[in-house]
Design a protein around this ligand. Structure first.
Ligand code: RAT
Ligand code: ZN
Length: 421
């Protein structure tokens, strides 16, 4: 056992910090859009403040009736949130702190607490230039969007088409198909697919046609769904049938992964709208069943409950067609990211995608990534120091290579593409 001097430890920490600070990220799951989507691309301080995470936190303090809050113009909602969470209390929750990190990284003076100034700054920005500036400051090379062909605002943009920007990849999101089959079937029928709710006739072939058409139209890097904590596979539901007969065959044929985000307890307070979902304990066994039964399919999986993380990590040790990713939603808090990332490094080494941003507002890339980078770098540095203690010699190039994998390369390797490099 080698005793490391303080200088040797510092040297390792500096090498890791540098590699993590410099790596260009592929953000594998976001809700941001490329500018041709117009109003669907959210950005600016009012959007940052009305992020649903902050709506939920505000509602704990105020007694404004929910309907009244939702009827307020966005700017007034933002005023209320600013006053409540930032001025009347200290904004150290992760979502509040994030707003300040984002403003600060744009060169705005957070000590002024002057919301009017921040608004004036954003009003003077041109969206295309602003997007490039954010990518640059955040060190993000590209993002994967969440693209829902069932969405009435999004669908027409895809049908019309536009010149793609290589910084924005697509993911075909199919929640309606797997979670609300009856409604999805009516829509498919209205769009000319020969489907019926009872799965008669050509229904399954037609759903496959729909999926293939949209995956190709989008050049989707994967298909994705968010599933409730009650998700079980297999069972005798429409969902199992659709996964088996449609999703997996089409993903297999196109060579793309199926991403499952498991653990939502939907709308436990519907009055909070987007902020009204909670978390429940999911079934890792269902993930294992999928990976075991479909070894030729690739699965990207994240789970929402902290209590599912260890079992999911162990599952990933058993199945090479399973790549676990991100500290999702309520897990994207420093203490939990730290704990989960360390456990994953210990169980899976470098074979994991530690984080995605889930940014909904473009500017959130400016905080979600710096916050995560720091935690991941610290965890990684500790692991390298443990290695160095054994006498193992690390090169800067090797560290860089690991870091590039964690922040992008592992994703591109898993989807089987050389893109992004
Ligand atoms: O984190 C979030 O913003 C959630 O509301 C969800 O969008 C979740 O990430 C999802 O993709 O369903
Ligand atoms: Zn998301």
């Amino acid at each position: 056992m080698a005793q490391l001097t303080c200088e040797q430890k510092t040297a390792i920490r500096e090498m890791v910090s540098k590699a993590v600070a410099e790596v260009k990220i592929t953000d594998i799951h976001t809700h941001v859009y490329t500018p041709p989507f117009g109003g669907l691309l959210l950005w600016g301080v009012d959007e940052l403040l009305t992020y649903h995470y902050l709506v939920a936190e505000t509602m704990r303090w105020v007694d404004v009736p929910y309907e009244k809050f939702w009827a307020m113009p966005k700017r007034e909602q933002a005023d209320l949130i600013w006053r409540t969470l930032f001025l009347e209390h200290s904004p150290y929750s992760e979502a509040c702190r994030g707003v300040l990190t984002a403003l600060d990284s744009l060169g705005l003076d957070v000590s002024s607490r002057n919301l009017a100034d921040y608004r004036a700054f954003f009003a003077s920005q041109k969206v295309e230039d602003y997007v490039s500036r954010v990518f640059e400051i955040a060190g993000v090379e590209s993002v994967v969007m969440t693209n829902d062909p069932f969405d009435d605002l999004e669908r027409p943009v895809w049908l019309k088409g536009w010149e793609r920007d290589p910084r924005f990849h697509a993911a075909l999101r199919i929640d309606p198909l797997l979670n609300w089959w009856d409604t999805a079937a009516s829509k498919l029928k209205a769009w000319g697919y020969r489907v019926d709710q009872q799965f008669g006739g050509e229904t399954l072939a037609e759903v496959r046609r729909f999926l293939k058409e949209w995956a190709k139209r989008m050049d989707a890097k994967y298909m994705a769904v968010s599933l409730p904590y009650t998700f079980v596979f297999p069972d005798d539901s429409a969902r199992t049938l659709l996964i088996r007969e449609c999703i997996l065959p089409v993903c297999g044929e196109l060579g793309i992964p199926f991403a499952l985000m498991i653990g939502v307890k939907r709308q436990i307070n519907p009055e909070l709208r987007l902020a009204g979902d909670a978390v429940g304990l999911g079934s890792v066994e269902s993930v294992e069943n999928l990976c075991a039964a479909y070894p030729d399919n690739k699965f990207l999986v994240t789970m929402l409950a902290r209590e599912n993380q260890h079992e999911l990590c162990v599952a990933a040790r058993k199945f090479r067609n399973l790549m676990i990713f991100g500290c999702w939603w309520f897990l994207n808090n420093p203490s939990l990211v730290d704990e989960i990332t360390r456990m994953r490094f210990e169980l899976l080494g470098a074979s994991v995608i530690p984080q995605h941003s889930d940014a909904r507002v473009f500017d959130q890339l400016l905080y979600k990534w710096p916050h995560s980078r720091k935690i991941i770098a610290d965890a990684l540095a500790d692991k390298y120091i443990d290695l160095a203690v054994t006498g193992w010699k690390l090169t800067e190039a090797e560290i860089k290579c690991d870091v590039e994998g964690l922040f992008g390369g592992n994703f591109w390797g898993f989807v089987g593409s050389t893109q992004g490099h």
